[in-house]
Design a protein around this ligand. Structure first.
Ligand SMILES: Cc1cc2nc3c(=O)[nH]c(=O)nc-3n(C[C@H](O)[C@H](O)[C@H](O)COP(=O)(O)O)c2cc1C
Length: 490
């Protein structure tokens, strides 16, 4: 089974491995299916297909396609998601065996990159049905209303595709608020690549930006789309790296290239100078966004659908939901890349309740004074990790996933007046509810490493207690005997 061929193959694959439930009751995409999805995600349930969608005959809806890390590793056919990240850097970081030149494979590995390249095709199943813009195609798709006070229906997992500088494919998952049958508002936040395309258009006095939105593709391509891949890396190429195989792209009338395996494709234009109020929307921080901000208008020229189309939507809200699993997968895929750029990083944890941009805990192998602050600044200096509000740095022997140990390190190692770094007036995640202004707040770094003498006026850090080995071995044996005898007491 090629689970990476398209959404339908993925659904069959999920069903075969008993990771999919079918819901036969008729449910509405307005609040009912979103509420079901949240319940399912909070109970760590499997993927789901809703077979009867109220008001939308012939449609099915799938949800929770990224239910856990095990499913993600399995559909990518890797034991460990870090392998995917290594794929990108391995040819460059493998030591070259100079004494046996004949065995040099590293540059050979580079040529593997060519198999990740996207290919163009003129066949795409989504061309089976075309609805023109003036036939109000958006009214015919079961977009969700996810929270009672949301300002309308939303596309919640649409891959918004633009061509950057007319040559690089960008695909980012940005929510789209539906205004009517052929209009919407695209919520590309200021730090994201879609917004940069918008700014470039404004600078070059272009009123219209050709755009496409693909909904429902293979899970590897969808994962690539949410991944924080910096410009100018082509997202379609990145999808090939994640999938270990290049994707096929189909060129629409407006010149935008979309995954040929999409279920639904919306073709249109963003009117760069027409900004409208977007929201309210109950977002991934668990709040309705405030203040309501303005984002650009999308005009839909046509919509393409496969026969008996399947809609995929997700829901966000109080963490952890499906986006938390996606965030964890991204953490693991990007860890080797992060370690290549910041080599002292031993391990990293984006706690799921920290909604990805809220908090990172990172452990480092510390060698010199001030290194924890260097790591914070490095993280605040690269790509989307720069949006992180709170960074906690611990020593290499603390597992950042062991929150109890992290609290011990913070409580015992931090002298607040020296070890807490506050950056006032800083850029921040657009939706962070604590922002002073949209996308503008502050940051905090906590250096919870043990301090070197230079970091504490020459004073030597106390020694961590440890057992006397001989005594410990003796006691361990005696203790073990009691454990065996009186199991119920322990
Ligand atoms: C479910 C979900 C919804 C998202 N919605 C938005 C959104 O509305 N606006 C946005 O800028 N980013 C949103 N994101 C995050 C982006 O998809 C993510 O930052 C991605 O890396 C952006 O791609 P880019 O770097 O190509 O811009 C969302 C992510 C997920 C998982």
């Amino acid at each position: 089974m090629d689970q990476l061929r398209d959404l339908r193959n993925y659904i069959e694959w999920l069903e075969e491995r008993k990771s999919l439930i079918r819901i036969r009751e008729e449910l509405s995409p307005i609040l009912e299916i979103p509420t079901f999805l949240r319940k399912l995600m909070y109970s760590k349930g499997p993927s789901v297909i809703f077979e009867k969608v109220k008001g939308f005959d012939n449609w099915r809806i799938v949800g929770n396609l990224f239910p856990n890390l095990d499913t993600i590793s399995s559909f990518l056919s890797v034991d460990n998601l870090e392998e995917v990240g290594f794929r990108m850097i391995q040819p460059l970081i493998l030591p070259i065996p100079y004494k046996t030149f004949d065995k040099i494979k590293t540059l050979g590995d580079l040529t593997k990159m060519s198999s990740y390249l996207p290919k163009k095709t003129n066949k795409a199943a989504f061309t089976e049905n075309v609805i023109e813009g003036n036939d109000n195609p958006l009214d015919k798709i079961p977009f969700f209303k996810t929270w009672p006070k949301d300002g309308g229906r939303y596309i919640t997992f649409g891959m918004v595709i633009t061509l950057e500088n007319e040559k690089t494919v960008n695909m980012g998952v940005y929510r789209v608020m539906i205004l009517d049958g052929n209009k919407g508002i695209i919520h590309w936040q200021i730090h994201k690549r879609g917004a940069h395309v918008h700014l470039n258009a404004l600078e070059n006095k272009k009123d219209e930006i050709p755009v496409a939105i693909s909904i429902g593709s293979d899970p590897g391509t969808m994962l690539a789309s949410v991944s924080p891949v910096p410009y100018p890396i082509d997202k379609a190429l990145f999808a090939g790296i994640i999938r270990n195989k290049g994707i096929e792209l189909y060129e629409l009338n407006n010149g935008v290239l979309v995954p040929a395996n999409s279920e639904i494709v919306i073709e249109g234009r963003v009117l760069a100078n027409q900004l409208l109020e977007e929201g309210p929307f109950g977002d991934h921080w668990g709040y309705y966004d405030k203040p309501i901000e303005k984002y650009p208008l999308l005009v839909v020229d046509r919509v393409y659908l496969r026969d008996d189309p399947i809609y995929y939507g997700t829901v966000v809200g109080l963490p952890p939901l499906e986006d938390a699993v996606i965030g964890k997968a991204i953490e693991k895929i990007f860890k080797p890349i992060m370690q290549t750029i910041i080599p002292e990083i031993v391990d990293v944890n984006y706690p799921v309740e920290g909604v990805f941009q809220g908090m990172i805990i990172v452990s480092i192998k510390k060698r010199y004074p001030g290194q924890a602050k260097k790591v914070m600044n490095a993280l605040w200096g690269i790509g989307q990790s720069s949006l992180t509000k709170i960074i906690i740095v611990v020593d290499h022997d603390i597992d950042p996933n062991d929150i109890g140990k992290v609290i011990w390190a913070i409580s015992s190692n931090v002298n607040p007046e020296n070890d807490v770094l506050i950056i006032k007036g800083s850029h921040s995640d657009a939706l962070d509810p604590s922002n002073l202004f949209p996308s503008f707040g502050s940051k905090m770094g906590i250096d919870a490493t043990r301090k070197l003498p230079e970091e504490r006026e020459g004073k030597v850090w106390p020694e961590i207690v440890s057992e006397d080995e001989n005594v410990y071995r003796k006691i361990e044996e005696i203790f073990g005997n009691y454990l065996k005898k009186d199991k119920n007491l322990f």
